[in-house]
Design a protein around this ligand. Sequence first.
Ligand code: NAD
Ligand code: GLY
Length: 360
Amino acid sequence: MQTLQVALGDRSYPIHIGAGVLGMPELLLPHVRSRKAVVVTNTTVAPLYLDRLRSTLEKGGISVLPVILPDGEQFKTWETLNLIFDALLGARCERSTTLIALGGGVIGDMGGFAAACYQRGMPFIQVPTTLLSLVDSSVGGKTAINHPLGKNMIGAFYQPKLVLADISTLDTLPDRELKAGLSEVIKYGLIRDPEFFVWLEANLEKLLERDRNALAYAVHRSCANKADVVAADERESGERALLNLGHTFGHAIETGLGYGEWLHGEAVAGGTLIAAELSCRLGWLNAGQVERIERLFARAGLPVRGAALGVARYLDLMSHDKKVQDGRLRLVLLQDIGRAVVSEVADSGLIGAAIEARCT
Ligand code: NAD
Ligand code: GLY
């Protein structure tokens, strides 16, 4: 078991990473101050891990109210969020009741947003169970739901008290979901950790074979990168935006095709290759570097092209991006493998050409 710290002053919190941490009351119980805990999860994860979490909580005399939501990105909506509020109010939960999100990024984002809103904020814990949520969404306090016009558009920054990252939950994760999570792992190498990119090139097959040591290393290194960035720029006024490499194009794919059609990690992979293509057309990456990036995503079984939505539709969807300032689109682009920047690209023709080249 290894522990990282997200350093945010009096809102700092630990990330405990290891196989079996879900069954370790000494890690969880100190962060649950209420006699009752609400566990927000879904119909897929509940039969797999709810009993394990419940039995850890019951060792501390804490009773559990499960809230079991429908499964899928298409349910990351106001309507589903309201099911959480119905349950919280129906059970007379108090402001001090702890909410635990048990599941992937969809559950973590919705559970976190519900916790941020209920009685203006209740304590909240992340128990991620997908690779993507272990390496990214459970850390850093971004919470949200989708809107038909844009992904993650309604939300709040709201930090958890604890992230309990049990990598043994990956044993049951479908292959397609594991691969989607690798997309965000590769992201850290691309934006700020070139040695990790090289490690990934050498060890990708071990991750695909679910080698425990390799997975633990990748989760730890990803979380260490994320914790550093979040500690430096919690509310994304600067460096944190780099974590959105590939996301402006990726979110357009998810919204344009309908939520759930491509997995988030798949859309980010396709989006990252469009960003790499554009970086190359700007003269920042060379063709060999783009090929190297493409090769790693392809080996991970991820898309290396975007969805064929058409340039006009991409640009329209991208105009809703959260990085748009004064109506001007800003994109995360690569100056090197391991060095990302946020940049305005004044020439929308160049953006269109990169989309065209990577999406038809
Ligand atoms: P997900 O939450 O939809 O989970 C993927 C699938 O795996 C679901 O069907 C889920 O029920 C199932 N599942 C979860 N754990 C399992 C397990 N251990 N065994 C078997 N099945 C399991 O998808 P995701 O990829 O985890 O998260 C994607 C979401 O995360 C997107 O909505 C994205 O916007 C969000 N996200 C948020 C942040 C952030 O910083 N808040 C960062 C990245 C992504
Ligand atoms: N996943 C992007 C962020 O947390 O900022």
